[in-house]
Write a protein that binds this ligand. Structure first.
Ligand code: CDP
Length: 203
């Protein structure tokens, strides 16, 4: 029997870094589920139909640096409101969560919809301003031509769309441990996540 860790939260809260570190700490596999929606969004930007793209997604579609741009993030959150798109991606995520060696999945609905029986659930958040600043520095380091204002607007728009949608809206599972990383260095956030999961495992 595997051990599933669900890590949810809004854009740029630190989920990605925390999930990778948690997976490395426990020796588990990691799936960034946002990449699935980004890959579908990228195909829609290239002219594909969203539902068909989701139903025919291949592993290779996820290995693409261009999925990290702001335009693709926006396209991802637009396709993520479509029930058929979400439905097409459920089985893959659930199978990944239940792989024998243990799994960490990060996203928006892992603890609530994909894996409500996950052995550990975290909800990682931070203020919109802090998240936008982190994402701005990340995009800038990658050479993107962006402004702080545009990144903050993008983060707020996606948060609203993700929280207000009917299908699998972004919200903490009732039994999730909340970690607010607004005033934490990323290393401390990683340590807090590992401590919360370890405490849950031992209780
Ligand atoms: O990296 P960041 O947190 O900015 O975004 P992401 O995790 O790559 O997700 C991109 C978009 O995909 C989100 O804004 C959501 O609309 C959608 N998404 C979702 O609906 N459900 C998930 N489990 C993961 C992502």
């Amino acid at each position: 029997m595997g051990f599933a860790i669900a890590i949810d939260g809004p854009a740029a809260a630190g989920k990605g870094t925390i999930s990778k570190a948690v997976a490395a700490h426990f020796g588990f596999a990691h799936l960034d589920t946002g990449l699935l929606y980004r890959a579908v969004g990228a195909k829609v930007l290239a002219g594909a139909d969203a539902i068909e793209a989701a139903q025919n997604l291949a592993a290779d579609d996820l290995n693409d640096d261009s999925l990290r741009t702001g335009d693709v993030a926006q396209a991802a959150s637009r396709v993520a409101v479509i029930a058929e798109v979400r439905a097409a991606l459920v089985d893959f995520q659930r199978a990944f969560a239940r792989r024998s060696g243990g799994a960490v999945l990060d996203g928006r609905d892992i603890g609530t919809v994909i894996c409500p029986d996950a052995e550990a659930k975290l909800f990682v958040t931070a203020s919109a301003e802090v998240r936008a600043e982190r994402r701005f520095l990340e995009l800038q380091a990658r050479g993107a031509d962006v402004t702080r204002e545009a990144v903050l607007a993008d983060v707020k728009e996606r948060d609203a769309r993700d929280m207000e949608r009917a299908e699998a809206p972004l919200k903490p599972a009732q039994d999730a441990v909340l970690i607010d990383t607004s005033n934490m260095a990323i290393d401390d956030a990683v340590q807090a996540a590992i401590a919360a999961i370890t405490a849950g495992r031992e209780s």
